[in-house]
Design a protein around this ligand. Sequence first.
Ligand SMILES: *Cc1c(COP(=O)(O)O)cnc(C)c1O
Length: 479
Amino acid sequence: MKNLTNSILALEQISAALEPTLVERELLNKDIQQYANEFIDSTESKLSYYKGDPDSSQLGISTNKKELKELLKIYTSEVVEKGINPASGGHIGYIPGGGIYTAALGDFLASVTNEYAGMYFGSPGAVTMENEVLDWIKSVFNFPKTAIGNLTSGGSIANLIAVTAARDKHQIKNELVTKSVIYLSPQIHHCLHKAIRIVGLEDVQIRLLKLDDYFRIDVDSLEEQIKKDITEGLNPFMVVASAGTTDTGAVDPLKQIGDIAQQNNLWYHIDGAYGGFFILCESKKELFKGIEKADSLVIDPHKGLFLPYGIGAVLVKDKESVFHSHHYTANYMQDAHENGQINPADVSPELTKHFRGLRMWLPLNLHGIDPFIACLNEKLLLTTYFREELKKIGFMVGPEPDLSVSYFWYPSGGDENAFNEKLMENIHNDGTVFLSSTRIDGQYVIRMAILSFRTKKITIDKTINMIEKCLADTKQIEN
Ligand SMILES: *Cc1c(COP(=O)(O)O)cnc(C)c1O
C-alpha cells in the first residue's frame, strides 16, 4: 500500500508539468501575447505568399523539451512564413478566410474551460449557446425557428450533413440509387461531389446544368431536364444551387430554382459557404430572395463572418431527415437525455467536438453586427474599385460579378493563355499579394476573391502596383 502511494506521488510530481503554475502561465502568456501582437501589427507589411517548402526535420516531435521562444521561432520560419498568409489582407486568391482577434479569444476560453458541447447534458450552457447562434443564422436567412442546424468544422462537413439528409428524406438506397437524379451546376464546389460519393450515391445520375453568361444556372434547361428525366422513368430528387460560386462568385436564381424544386418535389440544397453572408448587405438583398425556400443551406462563418478557420454551419428544415442517420442512443449515453434543446451530436457525425459556438458568439456580442455588415459592403466596393483600376492599366475583366469574386486577364496578343500563366507565376514569385487563377471555358484567367477583413483600399493600391511591375517583367521576357 505504501508502495502504491509512493508510486502515485512520484508520478504526480512528473505530471504536474501539465498544469503550469500561475507564474509559469504568466510567462507563457506574455510570450504568446507578444507574438500575436507583433504578428498582427506587422502582417500588412509582410508578404502574403511565401514560396518554398518547410523543413520537416524542424517540425517533428522531439523527445527533448524545448523553450517556448525556440518553438515560436520554428513556428515563424517553418509555418507562418511558408505558403499563403491567410491572415493577411493581401490574401485575395481562392476564398480568403478571416481570423478576427476576438474569435481567437473565444477559442482560447473554449479550450481552457473545455466545455463539452456535444450533448446538452454535458454542457447545457454551451449547447444552448450554439443553438442560439444557429437561431440567429436562421433569422438572417429567414429560415423557420423549427429548422435545425449544426456548427461544423467548415463548409465541406456542413454540405455532407445536408446531402445525407436529402438522401435519407428521399430514401435513396438499393436499386433506387442508379435511377435517381441530382441536378447541379458545373461550377458547384467540389466538396459536394465528395459528399455525394461519401454518402454512397456515387452511382446516381448527375446532371450538370447549362449556365447563362454570368455562370448562373439556366432555369429553363433545369426544368426541361427534369421533365425529360421523369418521362424516362428516372427519379429526380435533389437540386443544388450556389449562393456565390467559388470560381466566379455567381449567385444562381435562388427563387426560381426553389419554385421548380417545389413543383417537382425535389430536395432543394443551397451552398452559400462563400457568399451567404452577403445577404446582410442592403444592395444584395434582392439577389438572395428565395434562399429561404431551401430545404438545407450551408454557410461558412470562417469566410463571410471573418472568423478563423474551423467553423461552418448547416441549416435543415426537416429534423427527422437529419436524425435518421445522426441520432443515436447507446447504453453508455443513457444519462444524456435531451431537454428540449437539439444535441449537436444528434445532427452531426461528431460526438465530442470543439466548442465552436463561443468563437462566433463572443465577437458578435462584443462588436455588434454593424462592423460585420460594413466589412462585407466594403469588400463589394473594393471589388468594383479593383476592376476599375485593372481596366485603367489595360486589363480585360470578366463580367460584372454578383459578389466579390471576379477575374481578369491581359490581352497580350499571341498566346494569351501562356502570357497570363507567366504573369501569374511572376505574381506568385513576388508574393506581395496573393492571387490565384482558374480557367473559364478553356481560357486562363487570374482570379480575385476579396473577403479578408484586412483587405483595404490600400491593399488594392498595393496590388495594382505589384501587377504593373509583374506585367512589365512578363512583357520583357516575351520580347
Ligand atoms: C469554401 C467553400 C466550400 C467548402 O467549405 P470548407 O469550409 O472549405 O470546407 C464549399 N462551398 C463553397 C461555395 C465554398 O466557397
